[in-house]
Design a protein around this ligand. Structure first.
Ligand SMILES: Nc1ncnc2c1ncn2[C@@H]1O[C@H](COP(=O)(O)OP(=O)(O)OP(=O)(O)O)[C@@H](O)[C@H]1O
Length: 296
């Protein structure tokens, strides 16, 4: 079992933005979803785990090794797909993967060839292997990104906002690919898309303003809201006045009408129907509770 321990991480950038504020988490094998809005601090946390930046306070350990003191203890086991992959040189996908394999320390040519071939197959890029990565579509680039992250049999894989900008088909294909990665490694999926976490991740955390505001198993977190979600269709004027007295979780247009989801321990009115809670309700209520807590 691999264990990543994050303890009380804090980071304030030179411009005064506190991107990490006492982050504490323990992550073991399996798919872990880190959910948060843009600017919540996800990339800052991912970069710190990948030892690309130092925290001001706190520590990260991987399998009991303190990684700020011994960064090589995570680097040699890490597969990282950053949010911005940068510029691709004009060489074929196959050659680029081989080169990354060398950088990752796979010194045997045969071993590299085998790994590159099998990863190109796995990511459905084998027929495009002779093409230059800079000519790839967004989805193909992300699949290439996961192929390079998987080189060298990593024990911990970090993918930062991998589905942003992908069309629904490519997004599905990418998520299916992620789900195929073994159970015996840690995979951290950072995303602002609730559905990316739903169904794919066995554990998750929600991040807001540099803090972890909720963590657990998605199904358990959803179950905590059982009996507390109520639904009603309203017009805009009703919604405006109801906002004062109701705890509105979210609103959604359904066939041109506004469907309102409300949190309440009992029916907030005779015209409300009980709703089935989902991960999106968990996300919105956690953010709401955190803002109220901070403003108290
Ligand atoms: N190098 C930096 N210098 C100054 N501020 C930064 C830097 N990197 C990030 N920030 C700020 O820190 C906060 C957290 O950013 P971060 O990129 O970690 O969040 P995120 O959840 O990954 O969001 P996004 O998906 O938009 O990148 C934001 O307010 C961001 O503007």
């Amino acid at each position: 079992m691999n264990t990543l321990k994050i303890e009380n991480l804090t980071k304030t950038y030179a411009n005064g933005v506190k991107a990490l504020d006492g982050v504490t988490l323990t992550i073991t094998n399996g798919m872990f979803g880190l959910l948060g809005a843009n600017g919540a601090g996800k990339s800052s946390l991912m970069r710190t785990i990948a030892t690309l930046q130092q925290p001001d306070q706190g520590m990260v350990s991987f399998n009991e090794h303190h990684i700020q003191q011994k960064p090589e203890e995570i680097r040699k086991w890490l597969g990282y797909l950053p949010q911005e992959f940068g510029v691709y040189p004009k060489v074929s996908a196959e050659k680029l993967l081989d080169h990354i394999g060398v950088l990752k320390g796979i010194s045997s040519k045969t071993e590299r060839k085998n790994q590159v071939e099998s990863l190109l197959q796995q990511t459905n890029l084998y027929t495009h292997r002779k093409k230059s990565v800079h000519t790839f579509s967004g989805g193909m680039r992300q699949r290439f990104g996961i192929a390079q992250a998987l080189l060298g049999a990593p024990k911990i894989i970090i993918v930062d906002e991998p589905t942003a900008g992908l069309d629904p088909e490519e997004r599905n294909r990418f998520l299916n690919l992620l789900s195929e990665i073994g159970e015996n490694v840690i995979v951290i999926l950072s995303t602002h898309i609730v559905e990316d976490v739903h169904g794919l991740c066995s554990k998750m955390a929600i991040m807001d303003s540099g803090r972890i505001i909720k963590a657990g198993e998605p199904a358990e977190l959803v179950a905590e809201l059982e009996g507390q979600v109520w639904i009603r269709v309203m017009d805009k004027a009703q919604l405006q006045s109801s906002r004062q007295c109701l705890n509105v979780i979210s609103t959604r247009l359904v066939s041109g009408k506004t469907q309102v989801r409300v949190r309440s321990s009992s029916a907030p009115g005779y015209d409300f129907e009980p709703g089935t809670p989902g991960l999106e309700d968990v996300y919105f209520t956690s953010i709401y509770d955190n803002k109220n807590f901070v403003n108290q």
